[in-house]
Design a protein around this ligand. Structure first.
Ligand SMILES: C[S@@+](CC[C@H](N)C(=O)[O-])C[C@H]1O[C@@H](n2cnc3c(N)ncnc32)[C@H](O)[C@@H]1O
Length: 350
């Protein structure tokens, strides 16, 4: 038996290539194992517990930051974008940064504190960006706002968060697991019709009907649907009618879309985005700039519509004519960038 007074042994790598999130202890300590981390990134992977920021150059080029500016990174995540922004607004500038995640946010805050960024220059708040007016109430009008929507790699890769299709975990999908209900609970009280509309409206799932019927039938018959694997198996069951040579790929794609659709529902992601977009004109200073990175059509459509409406109303002086896409080089070095679209708007000067 283990001696309770001695610290537990660190998990050992199984072989040279650990697969599970927990075993990747080197990746969880990037400052200690910088060489290993670099090799992983060079191979086009994201190290466990890290997030690689997307479209950094394109965002910086648009924001045209200068020392003394005050702005908001609405989706702090690992803090990669914030770190870059701080280089340009200091000295004299202040960056506010928000995120709903109660687990990753303190880790990011510690990393910033360890690199010398105190609360005088970086003000981190755990909150939903739907309440962006609270930041403006504290900070005054903002020179710039950035939002990099969706989930971070730390959230996706940690099986305990229930976002991962690769390894088993609880079917949770909450960005803030301390609030609201996990996906597994929501599903229990959802009608098949409601689920079908969530799957098709949030993620354009072509097999929404049969998948929602299969899930509802399973729940009614007491089949457990509490883990990501159980959910994947249920989707695979629903798609048994697909010809064998197409089945594996179809199941994979449908699983990705269904998990995304449920995540959007569990976190009311469209509701939060719409509130944020609606309040932006009131929190931006005259000439203030906003950049938003989205990762699927439901997000991009909302951003585009809102920017264009406020442009027609003369509130935005200029908006992105087309979305900016990550470069081919960025996509090949970071496949998670492939669906990103960047849109921007500039507040008029009145
Ligand atoms: C793609 S990551 C951001 C990564 C970050 N830009 C970086 O460079 O590390 C998205 C982050 O936004 C957060 N998030 C998503 N919706 C949010 C909301 N409504 N309010 C605040 N944070 C949110 C997630 O918890 C996640 O940490």
């Amino acid at each position: 038996m283990e001696n309770p007074s001695r610290p537990g042994r660190r998990k050992r790598y199984k072989g040279t290539h650990p697969k599970s999130f927990d075993e990747k202890y080197k990746e969880h300590q990037p400052s200690k194992y910088a060489g290993d981390i670099e090799k992983i990134i060079d191979k086009g992977y994201t190290p466990a517990g890290m997030h690689r920021s997307i479209c950094v150059d394109e965002i910086l080029e648009f924001l045209k930051l200068s020392p003394g500016q005050k702005g908001l990174d609405a989706t702090l995540g690992y803090g990669g974008h914030s770190r870059e922004i701080l280089k340009y607004i200091l000295p004299g500038g202040i960056l506010y940064a928000t995120d709903v995640d109660p687990y990753e946010l303190p880790r990011t805050a510690v990393r910033f504190a360890e690199s010398g960024f105190g609360d005088d220059v970086l003000k981190i708040r755990q909150m939903n960006f739907a309440g962006i007016e609270q930041i403006a109430a504290e900070a005054g009008l903002l020179d710039f706002v950035l939002a990099d929507l969706g989930v971070s790699s730390m959230q996706i890769d940690n099986p305990e968060r229930g976002f991962s299709l690769k390894s088993d975990g609880p079917l949770d999908l909450r960005l803030n697991p301390l609030k609201g209900k996990p996906a597994s609970e929501l599903l229990k009280s959802m009608t098949s019709e409601k689920l079908e509309s969530i799957l098709s409206e949030n993620s354009d799932e072509p097999h929404a009907g049969i998948i929602s019927n299969t899930i509802s039938f399973a729940i009614k018959n007491g089949k457990p649907l509490a883990t990501t694997s159980q959910m994947k198996n249920c989707i695979a069951d629903a798609l048994k009618f697909i010809p064998v040579h197409l089945r594996e790929e179809t199941i994979k794609k449908s699983c990705q879309r269904c998990f995304q659709a449920l995540r959007i529902e569990v976190n009311d992601e469209f509701g939060a985005l719409e509130k944020f977009l609606e309040k932006l004109p009131v929190v931006l200073a005259p000439g203030g700039r906003v950049a938003i990175l989205s990762f699927h059509s439901g997000e991009d459509r909302r951003v585009k519509k809102s920017f264009q409406r406020f442009f027609r109303d003369g509130i935005y002086a200029e908006v992105a004519p087309d979305p900016i896409r990550p470069s081919v080089q960025e996509i090949s070095s970071n496949p998670r960038a492939r669906s990103a679209k960047l849109r921007w708007a500039i507040r008029n000067t009145e």
